[in-house]
Design a protein around this ligand. Structure first.
Ligand SMILES: NC(=O)c1ccc[n+]([C@@H]2O[C@H](COP(=O)([O-])OP(=O)(O)OC[C@H]3O[C@@H](n4cnc5c(N)ncnc54)[C@H](OP(=O)(O)O)[C@@H]3O)[C@@H](O)[C@H]2O)c1
Length: 403
C-alpha cells in the first residue's frame, strides 16, 4: 500500500478495542489515517462518534471497496471470518485482533493471503500490547528457537494474583473480576484456557512454522483452582500461573496450555494481575521475556494501530518458517504428525474422590496427601490421557505442572 496519502479505514466493531483504536488514532502524531466508516451490530447504543460514521450493513464497507484497510474488531468469530474472507477476496489488506477466528481458520486464511496477495496482520490478537508476533516472525527469523512459554490471558492472571494476595477463593474473586470488567459474564473461554490456546496456536505458527487446529491442542484451565492450591504453591515458593507452552523436541513440538507452579525470581512469577508475559528461548539468545498489558482498549488499540502503520510500508508476515518447514501433507498444511503427545508430565492433582483419577494414565505417584479438607497427589502422568478430562465442565480435578 506504500503511500503518503491519508489511509482510509473501514472499521468493523466499536466496542472495547474499536473505541480504543479510535482514541489511540486520535492521539497519534505520525500516522495519516482516518476511520471513515464503522460497522456495528446494535442500532440502539449511544456512540461517542457522530452517527453519520456508522452503518449496520457490512456491505456498505465491503462492497464499496473504497477503504485502504479493513480493521476487524468484532466479538463473533464466525461473522468475523466472513468479513475478513470477503475483504481479502476483494484485494484489501486486513488488520484483526480476533484470535479465535484466526486460530480456527488459520490454514484457509493463510492460503487466501497467498492467493490474493494481500496482508492479514494481527499483532493485537496475542499478548495485547506486547509486540510478540512480529518479533517471533522477524527477530527470531534465523534463531534456533527451542521454546516459548507465556501468560497470555489477563483474566486468569488477575484472578490468580488476587486469590494469592487477598487470601480468597476462586468464586469470590471471579465474581469481583466480573463486576470490575476483568472477566466476562460467561468466563468459560478465559478460565478454561481456550482463549490462551487460540493465542498459542498463533504463536506456534510464528515460532515454528506449524499450523495446528485448536482441537488438537490440550488446554486445562484455572476454573477448578481452590485457595488450597494457591496455599500449597505459596508454601513451596511458587505461584500458580496459566501457562501456554510450545517447545521443540527434535523434529516435533509439544504444545499445550496448563496451570504451572512457577518458581520465584522468574519473570513469569513476577507477572501480576492483568499483565501478560512471553518467555522466548533460543539456542543462542537464551531466555528473553516480553511483558506488557495483555488486553484492554488502549493497549490492544495501540497494537492494532501499529499494524495499520506497518501496512503503509507494505508489511506482511513472510511466514518463512511455515514455508521452509514444508509441512505440506497431501496438499494441506495438516501438522498433526509434528505434534508430540507421547510424553510424561509431573503433575500436582487435587481431587475429592480417588474415582476422579481413573481417567488419567498415572505412571507413578511420588507424593500423596489426604486430609478432611483436601487430597492431592504429585504424580507422573501420561500427557495424552489429559485429553480425557479436556473441555469437560463437569471435571473437578485441579491439575498443575510441577517442574
Ligand atoms: N477486549 C480486549 O481487551 C481484547 C484484547 C485483544 C483482542 N481482543 C479481540 O478483539 C475483538 C473485539 O473485542 P472487544 O472486547 O472490543 O469486543 P466488544 O467490546 O464486545 O465489542 C464488539 C463490537 O463488535 C460489534 N459487532 C458484533 N457483531 C458484529 C457484526 N456482525 N457486525 C458488525 N459489528 C459487530 C459490536 O457492535 P455493538 O457495539 O453494536 O454491540 C461491538 O461494537 C475480539 O475478537 C476480541 O477477542 C479483545
Amino acid at each position: 500500500m506504500s503511500t503518503n496519502k491519508n489511509i482510509s479505514i473501514g472499521l468493523f466493531g466499536f466496542g472495547c478495542v474499536g473505541q480504543g483504536l479510535y482514541d489511540v488514532l486520535s492521539n497519534s502524531q505520525g500516522l495519516k489515517a482516518s476511520i471513515d466508516k464503522i460497522c456495528v451490530k446494535s442500532k440502539n447504543k449511544d456512540r461517542k462518534v457522530d452517527m453519520s460514521f456508522f452503518t449496520w450493513d457490512k456491505n456498505v464497507i465491503l462492497s464499496e471497496k473504497k477503504h485502504d484497510v479493513i480493521v476487524e474488531l468484532i466479538d463473533n468469530a464466525d461473522e468475523a471470518f466472513a468479513i475478513v474472507k470477503e475483504a481479502i477476496e476483494n484485494g484489501v489488506s486486513v488488520v484483526t485482533a480476533n484470535k479465535k477466528m484466526l486460530a480456527e481458520n488459520f490454514e484457509t486464511l493463510y492460503k487466501l493471503q497467498e492467493e490474493h496477495k494481500v496482508a492479514l496482520i494481527y499483532e493485537g490478537s496475542a499478548g495485547g500490547s506486547i509486540p510478540i508476533i512480529r518479533n517471533l516472525e522477524e527477530y527470531y527469523d534465523n534463531e534456533l528457537l527451542t521454546g516459548i512459554k507465556g501468560i497470555l490471558n489477563g483474566t486468569c492472571n488477575y484472578i490468580l494474583t488476587r486469590m494469592e494476595l487477598e487470601n480468597k477463593d476462586y468464586s469470590e474473586i471471579l465474581k469481583d473480576a466480573q463486576a470490575v470488567g476483568f472477566a466476562e459474564s460467561d468466563p468459560w473461554l478465559d478460565v478454561a484456557g481456550f482463549d490462551t490456546k487460540y493465542k498459542l496456536v498463533l504463536l506456534t505458527v510464528h515460532s515454528f512454522g506449524i499450523i495446528l487446529k485448536p482441537d488438537q491442542v490440550l488446554n486445562l484451565g484455572i476454573n477448578t483452582v481452590s485457595y488450597d492450591d494457591i496455599l500449597y504453591a505459596k508454601r513451596h515458593g511458587y505461584r500458580i500461573k496459566l501457562i501456554a507452552r510450545a517447545e521443540k523436541i527434535n523434529d516435533k513440538v509439544r504444545v499445550f496450555v496448563l496451570p504451572h507452579f512457577v518458581p520465584k525470581d522468574t519473570d513469569l512469577y513476577n507477572t501480576l494481575y492483568e499483565y501478560n508475559a512471553v518467555e522466548v528461548e533460543g539456542a543462542f539468545s537464551c531466555k528473553q521475556t516480553f511483558t506488557g498489558k495483555g488486553a484492554g482498549a488502549h493497549p490492544t488499540g495501540s497494537a492494532v494501530l501499529s499494524d495499520i502503520s506497518a501496512l503503509t510500508y507494505d508489511y506482511k508476515y513472510a511466514y518463512k518458517k511455515l514455508k521452509s518447514l514444508k509441512n505440506k501433507f497431501n496438499g494441506s498444511y495438516e501438522a498433526l504428525h509434528l505434534l508430540d503427545k507421547d510424553f510424561t508430565l509431573k503433575l500436582y492433582i487435587r481431587f475429592k474422590d480417588k474415582e476422579e483419577l481413573k481417567e488419567l494414565d498415572i505412571v507413578d505417584i511420588e507424593e500423596e496427601y489426604k486430609s478432611a479438607a483436601t487430597n492431592y497427589i504429585i504424580a507422573n502422568v501420561k500427557f495424552n490421557s489429559l485429553f480425557n478430562i479436556y473441555n469437560k465442565p463437569e471435571n473437578k480435578l485441579f491439575v498443575c505442572v510441577v517442574e
